[in-house]
Design a protein around this ligand. Structure first.
Ligand code: F6P
Length: 926
């Protein structure tokens, strides 16, 4: 393939650089493509470029939002976002830098233009930026003002790469080269190495023609004696000046003085042609490229010029020819009445001023957006800022990375547990190996005719997967997945109906290996599989569990296809990005690399290598904690419909992590549309396409604190897992709660066991005595004042809901099939409850919620009222070897949890419907 004109430039010794940076170009792969295509070998930026990028899209909000909420000023926000872009770009150019041994592949960032007239401040700023950027292939841009010249020497002497900007005259160019050489000489004198220092001198081309042509035009128009000469000189000043500069450049760096430095590894300060887009349409659009080609030079071009040159640029002799003619033009210019010293002084002044204007404008944009973000906090702006400061003071992130359990508890047992519960921090980094190990399994299973997966597991062992399957769907070559996490017989039978045995791979997921629901499901499907598949049954089963659990032993005994080991240092609700989530994701044929990519970049942002003010996890955690500490303990999730499935995962994470010791965060998910909200809430809006923007905006307008978390695609899920995990642990730190245990879940399990043991002995469950009943339903619970006069279920609920106080929430815990129809019924029910009581509501299907929000119900603050709903099953299924059907297990679980809530003095009633649950059975709320 023949070389493109841009590649020919490289052969001629000139580096084509891009005079533009924009996060959109970094994110959408545009810059990477330009590099891969061999079009550009470096990048330059300036305040105007950043102003256009920041003003031109909302992509920088991801940096502005956390920084603003942490109380940063616009300038520090700007440098943070600039540093992020420059670093990312530098990393893309790093291979070029390495291949050329540091000759090329640079990205430049300019010191604040406001410092252009101060040597000292410029030097300080250059040092600060260099340190922050922490990349060998970046250059710090310093203006070639008179004050900038000594700064260049000082900064070069510090060993920092410098791109000298805003050069407009031959004399100033000479001074710049001198400043550079002096800097190197200073280092040599100080016996410091100079071989790694790179520099370039940026000469601004087109601006010279624009100004000189303007003046020439006036002379021509005046029609005096100079007008003919003036007319001939039009369009020649810039190129002629540059050709002369090029000659001086060649001489300077061929000089004996420089050769001494070159012998020590000193590099030529390359000449960089800047401002090379054509401003005058009457001239050839690539004139400032074609005319200035030369060895050891750079041409930095805006995107349009890169495109034009690639399309029709010609690589000839460029700067190497026509030097005599150039000299003549320069000699003629004063004769025609042009004072080039004056021109360059004006250009320098205008150049500095225009960069300052752009800089001010970009700061104004950042300021405006910062204020919007802070306004969205309602009356939490200061508490959120303080919460971030508190986490910073505690050095939360670094201490968490160092497994410092005292962040959450002083209790020795709790601390010991935390010591083995922080493995999730490293999960994204370990993900690739897990993914690779699972890939062959997909091919094998498909070859054996399996196209479906039924995942049997509770809480953390299934909620992450549920989220992935519903948000990301099944990939083209993947297997379809469904989850069974309910003991309701109808639900079990529906799963069995779907999971035709020959086609299905059963995935038993349980970290502890001892979760009764998962084991019951396994036993049920194992028996079925044995009957139908005989000896091949084991091929259809996989277990994911910790090493040495009872499940791993059973799996071995039964000859399961595989036992996938989970990371013992990661608790269930933090395990989405470990084997528990990644193995099913691979088998569903999802783009796991993409998922990991977003997880890894979020991990980096949430690590101690990022300033805490920029940490998205800390921002979210501080928001949640600030709310809780101000009595706004209900985190209401609003999601665009495509992200709705994220809610149940968040519910478990925050409720089970925080809901203990009488404290807790109440997640409010999938709430019906409401006109009015109580003031004990904060809102988080997961925004993908803005479909629910109005709903979120309504909450904000009513003064409720709202944090908007934008997603670019479903694959931001990987990052969201990490962000919410960090947020939860940070919030728990501020609340003084250990986020890694679930001390109150056990009691319901124990009570359930007592009930099933009694059933095995007596053949029936002890359901207790109702406090009210009619032909449709029976009500269980403590006596309620006023219940005796209740004539209907509606009356009973009215009596029950009379107990609601400000700050409460109502939890509906339903042991009925989980499907669209029942969901619909509960949505209406929740809506009616809130309309009556103004209280937020939650919905959990039993027993799945017991492994999620159940911890909060029992261990959190006593501000929940619970309506438990049970119903007669419409069918049943025996659990092999358990001597009981699923209906009994489900009922015992409902009763066990109910008893536990009662023992914790929670306000709770149980409505038991005497026939299977269906439409219109839930009472009206009066
Ligand atoms: O993976 P396992 O051990 O079956 O546990 C399932 C779920 O049950 C809980 O332990 C609560 O009972 C959750 O924390 C956990 O995610």
């Amino acid at each position: 393939m023949s070389k493109s004109s841009l590649q020919q430039l490289v052969d001629a010794g000139q580096s084509p650089w891009l005079d533009n940076i924009d996060r959109r170009l970094l994110k959408d792969g545009g810059l990477a493509k330009l590099i891969a295509d061999g079009d550009i070998t470096g990048v330059t930026s300036n305040p105007t470029i950043f102003n256009n990028a920041i003003g031109g899209s909302r992509i920088y909000d991801e940096t502005i939002q956390p920084m603003a909420l942490a109380g940063n000023d616009p300038e520090s926000i700007f440098y943070q976002l600039a540093i992020e872009d420059i670093r990312q770009a530098a990393d893309l150019f790093r291979p070029i830098y390495d291949q050329t041994n540091g000759a090329d592949g640079y990205v430049s960032l300019e010191v604040s233009p406001k410092l252009a007239r101060s040597t000292k401040k410029t030097v300080e700023e250059a040092k600060r930026l260099w340190k922050l950027l922490n990349r060998p292939n970046v250059m710090i841009k310093i203006p070639a003002t008179l004050q900038g010249l000594p700064a260049i020497t000082a900064v070069i002497a510090e060993g920092i790469n410098v791109n000298v900007t805003l050069i407009f005259s031959i004399e100033r160019y000479q001074a710049v080269a001198e400043a550079y050489i002096r800097g190197l000489e200073k280092r040599v004198k100080a016996k410091k190495p100079i071989d790694h220092i790179a520099s370039c001198a940026s000469f601004f081309v087109s601006r010279i023609d624009t100004k000189v042509d303007g003046q020439l035009r006036k002379i021509v128009e005046a029609g005096g004696s100079n007008s003919k000469l003036a007319s001939e000189l039009m369009g020649k000043a810039a190129v002629s000046t540059c050709k002369t500069v090029f000659g001086i450049f060649e001489e300077t760096f061929a000089s004996e003085r420089f050769q001494k430095l070159a012998a020590k590894g000193g590099r030529i300060q390359r000449t960089l042609w800047a401002s090379t887009s054509m401003k005058n349409p009457a001239y050839r659009d690539v004139l400032y490229v074609e005319s200035l080609i030369g060895a050891n030079t750079i041409n930095t071009m805006p995107p349009g010029t890169v495109k034009a040159f690639k399309d029709h640029g010609q690589v000839g002799k460029g700067a190497n020819e026509g030097k005599a003619e150039a000299a003549k033009v320069l000699a003629d210019l004063p004769k025609a009445g042009i004072d080039m010293m004056e021109v360059s002084a004006q250009l320098e002044d205008e150049g500095v001023k225009s960069f300052i204007a752009s800089y001010k404008e970009l700061l104004k944009t950042i300021d405006k957006r910062s204020k919007e973000f802070r306004k969205s906090m309602g009356n939490l702006a200061v508490p959120v800022e303080n919460a971030i400061k508190a986490l910073k003071e505690k050095d939360f992130v670094a201490r968490m990375e160092n497994k410092d359990a005292s962040l959450w508890t002083m209790d020795p047992a709790g601390q010991k547990e935390i010591g083995i519960r922080l493995g999730w921090l490293a999960a994204p980094a370990k993900g690739a190996a897990i993914i690779e190990s699972i890939k062959p399994l997909l091919a094998e299973c498909k070859e054996e005719g399996m196209s479906r997966i039924l995942l049997l597991g509770m809480g953390g062992s299934s909620l992450g997967v549920e989220t992935m399957s519903l948000i990301l769907g099944t990939g083209e070559a993947g297997m379809e997945l469904k989850i069974l996490d309910m003991t309701n017989p109808d639900q079990v039978l529906a799963a069995a109906h779907w999971a035709s045995l020959k086609k299905t791979l059963f995935f038993v997921g349980s970290k502890s290996g001892s979760t009764s629901e998962s084991n019951a499901f396994m036993d049920y499907f194992w028996e079925k599989a044995q009957k139908t598949l005989g000896k091949k049954a084991g091929r259809h089963f996989i277990a994911i569990t910790d090493p040495e659990t009872s499940l791993s032993k059973v799996a071995e005994e039964r000859g399961f296809r595989k036992v996938l080991l989970s990371d013992p240092e990661v608790g269930g609700r933090y395990s989405a990005l470990t084997m528990f989530g990644l193995a099913p994701s691979v088998l569903m044929g999802q783009d796991t690399d993409k998922l990991l990519e977003t997880a890894l970049s979020m991990s980096e942002l949430c690590s101690s290598s990022t300033p805490i003010e920029r940490n998205p996890g800390i921002m979210l955690g501080a928001f949640i904690a600030a709310g809780v500490l101000k009595g706004k303990d209900k985190v209401t999730l609003i999601t665009d419909p495509e992200l709705a499935a994220f809610g149940p995962w968040v519910e478990q994470l925050i409720a089970e992590s925080s809901g203990k010791n009488g404290k807790g965060i109440v997640p409010v998910d999938a709430e019906p549309k409401l006109d009015f909200y109580s003031t004990d809430r904060v809102f988080v809006y997961l925004r993908l396409n803005g479909k629910n923007e109005r709903r979120a905006a309504k909450a904000r307008r009513a003064g409720h604190p709202l944090l908007v978390l934008p997603w670019n695609s479903g694959y931001d899920l990987g990052g969201a897992f990490v962000q919410w995990e960090v947020a939860t642990t940070a919030a728990c730190c501020l609340m003084g709660v250990n986020p890694f245990d679930q001390p109150d879940v056990q009691e319901s399990k124990v009570r359930t066991k007592q009930l099933t043991d009694a059933y095995l002995k007596d053949g029936k469950l002890n359901m207790g005595s109702p406090i009210w009943e009619n032909e449709v339903a029976a009500i269980y619970g403590d006596h309620l004042n006023g219940i005796d006069s209740a004539k209907s279920l509606s009356d009973v609920l009215s009596v029950f809901l009379k107990q609601v106080q400000i700050g409460d929430y109502v939890g509906v815990n339903a042991y009925v099939p989980r499907n669209d129809r029942t969901m619909n019924e509960f949505t209406k029910f929740r809506s009616a409850i809130t309309k009556k009581t103004v209280t937020p509501t939650t919905l959990g299907y039993g027993p799945r919620f017991q492994h999620s929000t159940g911890q909060l119900h029992k261990g959190g603050a006593n501000n929940g009222l619970f309506i438990e709903i049970t119903a007669e099953p419409s069918a049943d299924a025996e659990i092999p070897g358990w001597k009981m059907p699923f209906s009994v297990l489900e009922a015992a679980q409902a009763l066990g949890d109910f008893d536990t809530l009662q023992s914790r003095k929670r306000r709770v009633i149980r409505i038991h419907f005497k026939k299977p649950f269906g439409r219109g059975m839930l009472p009206e709320i009066k």
